[in-house]
Design a protein around this ligand. Structure first.
Ligand SMILES: Cc1cc2nc3c(=O)[nH]c(=O)nc-3n(C[C@H](O)[C@H](O)[C@H](O)COP(=O)(O)OP(=O)(O)OC[C@H]3O[C@@H](n4cnc5c(N)ncnc54)[C@H](O)[C@@H]3O)c2cc1C
Length: 390
């Protein structure tokens, strides 16, 4: 087994790093990292990355990809996410696009994939409803056939990105009489369609997610992705793609902490001399390295032509819980200074510790909770029986 990178891969990493240093201006980072979204500046940045094929490097060239391996994809994502230039949930390039590539018709691939690859459009995930989170098959928003369209009524909650994305990647019930896992279909809905209302829900990290209301919204039939009634299964695959996060944000926070303890002193002694500090950072360095290796394992599975399932659940639960631990470590290492926000003149590491400490709460919830990840690992990875609730 070879843990090294080829010369071409090392060259690619250097090229992406130079590109990010030049193009990811503070304005871009403000939008993608601190506001966790896409604004005008970050759209410009993503278009520049898209022009190089770096948003979707593994895709066929005819759809705007480079036909690279998933290892190269991960190298690019690692470099971009390290600086915060890549939004945390790039839905079009990382989740909707790969699902269209797998299940979409030729017309749908031709219509959506090149625009995603060029960084021109973004999607928001439209799965969760008040009664349908972990039990996603309970979703109830209705899509009823009417001529050349479906007419959609109902609501979604916690639909992040809906206020700036162009399209909704929507799970809706098309066949209410079918068993609940079989009556769902997947749609692409233009957010500009009449009848859609979007209301903000603010997270404790300061960024926005949303409720989305549908009131007789007409969606052309051609926007039903893949097979009618197979939406739940297609969403399950999209979720497998979603659960693969690049390690960049963890590595960055760890590096910032290491840099800080080398400079800062407490009671006249360098923080880096303290045994507890050293051990805590060493432990986190080992965990971040495991996260990185999980990432390359997933890349390898994808390069074999498979969609990782329990493997991405393993990576997701380990990495998000490592992020929880890392932010707690940051709080301990920085002491009361760790609680300061970016606006304070005394703030260490640009307020990243405080920001991530508020952010990390959601990490083990979205894209499937830690409990659900463990259920998937137990059932699909270990072959144990399905969990019985109650
Ligand atoms: C900030 C934020 C952003 C989000 N963004 C999006 C988005 O963009 N699009 C979208 O569609 N959704 C989004 N979500 C929704 C997210 O995916 C759900 O919150 C998550 O799947 C959990 O569902 P729930 O909130 O309904 O909790 P529930 O499913 O009600 O779970 C409550 C608790 O019960 C546990 N539990 C549930 N079922 C089981 C089981 N079978 N075995 C063991 N334990 C179980 C859960 O682990 C959890 O601890 C977001 C959520 C948040 C908080």
């Amino acid at each position: 087994m070879d843990f090294g990178f080829t010369e071409d891969q090392q060259r690619l990493r250097a090229e992406v790093r130079a590109f990010v240093r030049k193009e990811a201006t503070p304005e871009v980072i403000e939008e993608t990292y601190w506001e966790a979204g896409w604004g005008l500046k970050s759209r410009e940045f993503l278009k520049k990355a898209g022009a190089r094929g770096w948003l979707t490097p593994t895709w066929p060239k005819r759809y705007g990809g480079l036909e690279s391996s998933h290892v190269e994809d991960l190298i690019i994502a690692e470099e971009m996410s390290y600086t915060g230039a890549r939004p945390p949930g790039l839905v079009g390039a990382s989740m909707a696009g790969p699902t269209i590539l797998r299940f979409g018709s030729e017309e749908q691939k031709a219509e959506w994939l090149p625009r995603i690859a060029r960084g021109e459009i973004e999607f928001a995930l439209g799965y969760t409803e008040p009664q349908a989170g972990s039990d996603l098959a309970a979703l109830d928003i209705r899509a009823v056939e009417d001529g050349d369209d479906f007419v959609i009524n109902g609501m979604k909650t916690f639909n992040t990105s809906s206020h700036f994305a162009d399209y909704h990647w929507l799970g809706a019930r098309t066949d209410p009489d079918a068993p609940k896992h079989k009556g769902v279909s997947l749609f692409i809905v233009d957010f500009k369609s009449p009848g859609i209302t979007i209301r903000p829900l603010w997270t404790m990290a300061g960024w926005r997610t949303n409720e989305v209301y549908y009131d007789n919204v007409r969606v052309p039939k051609k926007n039903l992705v893949g097979t009618r009634g197979r939406g739940f299964q297609q969403i399950a695959v999209a979720l497998d793609f979603e659960r693969m996060f690049p390690v960049g944000p963890l590595q960055r926070l760890l590096d910032e902490l290491i840099g800080y303890v080398k400079e800062a002193k407490a009671h006249g002694k360098p923080l880096a001399d303290g045994e507890i500090v050293r051990h805590q950072l060493a432990e986190m360095a080992a965990e971040v390295e495991v996260c990185r290796l999980f990432g390359f394992r997933l890349a390898w599975v994808l390069d074999q032509g498979r969609v990782p399932n329990y493997e991405s659940a393993m990576a997701k639960v380990f990495q998000t819980e490592a992020m929880n631990k890392l932010t707690h470590t940051a709080m301990k290492v920085l002491g009361p200074f760790g609680q300061l926000q970016r606006s304070s003149k005394w703030v260490p590491i640009d307020g990243m510790a405080e920001y991530h400490h508020r952010w990390q709460v959601v990490e083990t919830i979205y894209a499937g909770t830690s409990e659900i990840m463990r259920n998937i690992i137990a059932q699909r990875g270990l072959g144990l029986p399905r969990a019985q609730m109650g």
